[in-house]
Design a protein around this ligand. Structure first.
Ligand SMILES: [Fe+2]
Ligand SMILES: [Fe+2]
Length: 132
């Protein structure tokens, strides 16, 4: 389970923090659904949501970094593209039913780890830019 934390993950932009919290919440829900094999359909629905929401959030955040002239704006954008590529692959395999739940869990754990690290290390670099 991933938990959002103001001190290490706050970006200085309340809207983006709210979006991160939502992403974490949905990631946790997906993990729970995956663990209880009964709710594979629910897991699929959450994945549908995440597919849409992650893309939308990244766009919002990229605009925000440009607006505040954040020096890592490009790096952030590239990282988002990489994540979406990984996520899309996961999503497609899930949709086609080619994924064992073991593999789904493994891939999911990687995506989750990526998200936590990305928010804490990259997205938080927005904070000093907002303060200026
Ligand atoms: Fe973000
Ligand atoms: Fe980001």
């Amino acid at each position: 389970m991933i938990i959002w934390d103001e001190a290490t993950m706050g970006t200085g932009v309340p809207e983006l923090d709210t979006q991160h919290k939502k992403l974490f919440e949905k990631f946790n829900e997906f993990s729970e659904a995956l663990a209880s094999k009964k709710s594979l359909e629910a897991a699929g629905d959450i994945l549908d949501f995440l597919q849409f929401y992650a893309k939308w959030h990244f766009g919002q955040e990229e605009d925000c970094m440009n607006k505040y002239k954040c020096p890592i704006a490009d790096q952030n954008k590239k990282a988002h593209a990489e994540f979406l590529k990984k996520f899309d692959r996961f999503y497609t395999e899930w949709q086609t039913g080619n994924m064992t739940s073991k593999l789904a869990q493994k891939t999911y754990n990687e995506l989750e780890l990526w998200l936590v690290n990305h928010v804490a290390r990259t997205d938080t670099q927005l904070r000093p830019c907002v303060k200026k």
